[in-house]
Design a binder for this molecule. Structure first.
Ligand code: NAD
Ligand code: TYD
Length: 356
């Protein structure tokens, strides 16, 4: 049994990782999360009473508090997911992205290094710092080709530039100080507990309540969709078996245009929520995102070949599960769509938000 310090464990992907550790392994978890607008302890109610789960409301930029967490909990590994994660917010307000994603990662690296340096030889050798990043650091693809681990970094948004910076810091802490790190870069995740500022949950909730489904530009931008539980399984595998200093790309082999994604959600809702069908009549083309990356697509052969990972979910099965989850979990939805969310939707789309 190991103790894993997970940062950002109250977020979308972090909460999936925490739930898997508690439900599917004998490891214990310390969830370190500041609880920004995107952090939600309601996503962890199914595991929060487990004695192997602990929560620390801490900002990763607070060096003294992060050091205290290491001292008190003595973790065997760190999985670093805490970040500002939404591209549109990074365009309208980049400061928090620079602070958390760059300075916060630096602070966590320094605390990890100080703690790791003081461990005995066996625990020192077994320690891991796993940095969770994005395929957006590679920039944008044309009509063909895939992002591999060798693709040059060309980040285009304030979000992806801040994540690229954090990847470089993690790499440098390995090469300079010997900190035992692994890094993963994944494609767009989707699934339950996703904050409805991102395309898929936003469209599901807007469609259910008869609100416009905003498509940026022509809807022909392509994303490569990965079901969040498949991603969490891949992360656990990389933590256990990844080679030190290596990076692994994680993707679902599910390239779709945004319009295809929205049409698929509408078709599922026509079946499950027929009272407001056809939902695709709500599709509304809106102004494009500045600097909108055209296409992302991950070559996930390395993690398949070296670690034996492959996704269990295809896009059709994963999307159906996701839509069903949002229809069934109205309390969770109500919790996240009150408060700050209303301001964001008003500011971004100029219309009142969807509430379930
Ligand atoms: P999210 O926005 O849902 O959650 C981020 C979490 O980090 C929240 O719980 C938030 O409270 C916490 N947090 C933010 N700032 C913090 C700070 N200063 N100190 C402590 N906690 C803080 O994000 P997500 O979608 O779960 O993404 C998790 C990680 O995966 C991020 O690093 C992101 O860059 C990366 N990623 C996400 C996707 C995706 O499709 N969602 C794709 C590729 C990579
Ligand atoms: P998003 O979920 O924000 O993820 P990312 O920007 O990290 O890829 O967006 C996914 C795609 O959907 C992206 O091409 C932008 C587009 N999009 C819309 O067309 N409308 C929307 O309201 C949102 C939020 C995104």
């Amino acid at each position: 049994m190991k103790k894993i310090l997970v940062t950002g464990g109250a977020g979308f992907i972090g909460s999936a990782v925490v739930r898997q550790f508690i439900n599917d392994t004998d490891h214990s978890v310390v969830n370190v999360d500041k609880l920004t607008y995107a952090g939600n302890l309601q996503s962890l109610v199914s595991v929060s009473d487990d004695p192997r789960y602990r929560f620390e409301q801490v900002d990763i930029c607070d060096a003294a508090e992060v050091a205290r967490v290491f001292r008190e909990h003595q973790p065997d590994a760190v999985m670093h997911l805490a970040a500002e994660s939404h591209v549109d917010r990074s365009i309208s307000g980049p400061a928090d992205f620079i602070t958390t994603n760059i300075f916060g990662t630096y602070t966590l690296l320094e605390a990890s290094r100080a703690y790791w340096s003081g461990l005995d030889a066996a625990r020192k050798a077994a320690f891991r710092f796993h940095h969770i990043s994005t395929d957006e650091v590679y920039g944008s693809l044309g009509d063909s080709g895939f992002f591999t681990e060798e693709t040059a970094y060309e980040p285009n948004s304030p979000y992806s530039a801040s994540k690229a910076s954090s990847d470089h810091l993690v790499r440098a802490w390995h090469h300079t100080y010997g900190l035992p790190v692994v890094t993963t870069n994944c494609s767009n995740n989707y699934g339950p507990y996703h904050f409805p500022e991102k395309l898929i949950p936003l469209v599901i909730l807007n469609a259910v309540s008869g609100k416009p489904l905003p498509i940026y530009g022509k809807g022909d931008n392509i994303r490569d969709w990965l079901y969040v539980d498949d991603h969490a399984r891949a992360l656990r595998l990389v933590l256990e078996r990844g080679q030190l200093g290596e990076t692994y790309n994680i993707g679902g082999w599910n390239e779709k245009t945004n319009l295809e994604v929205v049409q698929s959600i509408c078709a599922i809702l026509d079946e499950l929520h027929p009272q407001s069908a056809p939902h695709n009549k709500l599709i509304t083309y809106v102004a494009d995102r500045p600097g909108h990356d055209k296409r992302y697509a991950i070559d996930a052969n390395k993690i398949a070949r070296d670690l034996g990972w492959k996704p269990q979910e295809n896009f059709e099965s994963g999307l159906r599960k996701t839509v069903e989850w949002y229809l069934q979990n109205t309390e969770w939805v109500r919790g996240v769509t009150s408060g700050e969310y209303q301001n964001w939707v008003q500011k971004q789309y100029g219309v009142p938000s969807a509430e379930c």
